[in-house]
Structures are given as structure tokens and as C-alpha cells.
Design a protein around this ligand. Structure first.
Ligand code: KIV
Length: 263
């Protein structure tokens, strides 16, 4: 097992795991100083490509962005989402997971759980592919957002799903939009770390879409905390640049390229 994955597992019950998404080198390089796990999420479909869901992002798109992110990540565990339709069958899943890992040198891939695909997960692990699971609100398969685990019965069904994924060999599992009761129940009853998004503080770690937490995406459900308002900072800088260009203040003499020096 990859030593970075071992470290992640060992942090359960010791130290909260920190995770964020990245789709490019520049952002990944900053996050790498703080995060345990950097995820190239298929949320890039919404965030970068302006789509209404994650269904049409391709394997090529995922690989392309993961290649960029790889250049910025030195310390964190790098996980790449398998896009919808790329793991319908065991053989197809293995072929595509190998492509992602070989081309991007990521440490692991993530699969959303659906019906019996813990069997696919097991097949991947058997073939030495490190896999992170994902249950609860799984945008690739559920059309409508719904808080999951609202009754005890539902919470226990989610626990059974998490156990299947654990037994299949996943090293960690994302819990998306679960009640605090369900998140606590699962976190206490499985050995692999749970990473929550909209699933309370009972999880072993937290993940957010970076553009949401930086105030850049325009998508701010209750479970997101905005740690910055980058939209305002970018607007302010753009306004200043526009004014300078119009008033011929930019470029000033000190920006002129005379002679051979570029910097
Ligand atoms: O695609 C993504 O960004 C994700 C996170 C929300 C966990 O799967």
C-alpha cells in the first residue's frame, strides 16, 4: 500500500483529515501546503465547464486536469474521480482506472456508489487500484438533491452500504449530504476514514469544492462556508486594470520591454 494512503488511514481518530478539490496546477500548489487529500473532482463539470450536472465530463477531461494538478501536488494524496459511464462494468472500470493512474500518476481514484458497484470497487482493489468510495448524495446517479439518512432505517441502510465498500477494500469513503446521525453512526462503525461534505463534523475529515469555499462559484448551500470572497477581489482588480488601460496608466514605462530583459 502507498505510504501516503497508510498515513491517511492512520489519522482516523487521531487528527481530522483536510481535503479540497483542484482542477489546475496553480490552485493545487497552494492547497498542497495544507491538505491531506487533493481531489480532482468531476464537480469540474459544474464549476469549470458551466454544466448543470456532472454527467457529461469525459475521461479525457479528467485526465487533462489531473495532469495539471499533478504538477502542483508534492505532499498531499492525489485522488481523481472516475467520471460517469467510465465504470459501468468491471473490465471497463479497470481499463479506465489504469489509464487515469498511468497518465496522471495520481495515488488513487474515487467511485460513486450505485446499486452493486461495490463489486466493481472490489475488482479494482483486487487489481491493485487504490479506491476511495462515495455514498449519500451521489450526483452521478441521483437527479435530485436530498439529505440522506433522515430516518434510523435509512441511516442503518447507509451504514450497511459503507460496510460493503469497506469490505470491498476502499481505503476511505466520502459521505455526501448525510444527517449528523448517519455520519456519526458510519464513522463510529467502520475502520476506514470518512470524509464528509455537508455531513456534519462527526466525519474523520472534511472536503469542500474549493471554488465554493473561496466564494468563486456562486453556489453556496448551507453546508458551505465561504472563507473568502474571491469574486469581489477579482472584480476589484479587473476594474482597476480597466481604468488603467483606458487612462493609459498601464502599461507604464516600467512595463515597457526595452532591451533584452524580460523580468
Ligand atoms: O466532484 C467532487 O468535487 C466531489 C466532492 C464533492 C466530494 O466528489
Amino acid at each position: 500500500m502507498n505510504s501516503k494512503i497508510k498515513k491517511i488511514i492512520l489519522k482516523k481518530n487521531k487528527s481530522k483529515l483536510v481535503s479540497l478539490t483542484a482542477y489546475s496546477k496553480s490552485i493545487a500548489k497552494i492547497l498542497d501546503n495544507y491538505c491531506d487529500i487533493i481531489l480532482v473532482g468531476d464537480s469540474m463539470a459544474n464549476v469549470l465547464y458551466g454544466q448543470n450536472n456532472t454527467h457529461k465530463i469525459s475521461l479525457e477531461n479528467m485526465v487533462q486536469h489531473a495532469l495539471s494538478v499533478r504538477l502542483g501536488v508534492k505532499k498531499a494524496l492525489l485522488v481523481v474521480d472516475m467520471p460517469k459511464g467510465s465504470y459501468n462494468k468491471e473490465s471497463q472500470a479497470l481499463k479506465n482506472a489504469k489509464i487515469i493512474i498511468k497518465k496522471t500518476r495520481c495515488d488513487a481514484i474515487k467511485l460513486e456508489n450505485y446499486k452493486n458497484n461495490h463489486k466493481t470497487l472490489k475488482y479494482l482493489v483486487k487489481n491493485k487500484i487504490p479506491v476511495m468510495g462515495h455514498i449519500g448524495y451521489t450526483p452521478q446517479f441521483k437527479k435530485r438533491f436530498k439529505l440522506e439518512g433522515q430516518s434510523k432505517r435509512e441511516a442503518h441502510a447507509l451504514l450497511e452500504e459503507a460496510k460493503l465498500i469497506e469490505r470491498a477494500g476502499a481505503f476511505s469513503i466520502v459521505l455526501e449530504c448525510l444527517t449528523s446521525y448517519a455520519a456519526k453512526l458510519i464513522t463510529k462503525n467502520i475502520k476506514i476514514p470518512t470524509i464528509g461534505i455537508g455531513s456534519s463534523s462527526y466525519c474523520d475529515g472534511q472536503v469542500l469544492v474549493t471554488d465554493d469555499m473561496l466564494g468563486l462559484s456562486g453556489f453556496y448551500p448551507k453546508f458551505v462556508k465561504k472563507y473568502a470572497n474571491l469574486d469581489r477581489i477579482i472584480a476589484k482588480a479587473t476594474k482597476k486594470y480597466t481604468r488603467d488601460v483606458k487612462l493609459k496608466k498601464f502599461p507604464s514605462k516600467k512595463n515597457f520591454l526595452n532591451g533584452s530583459k524580460l523580468r
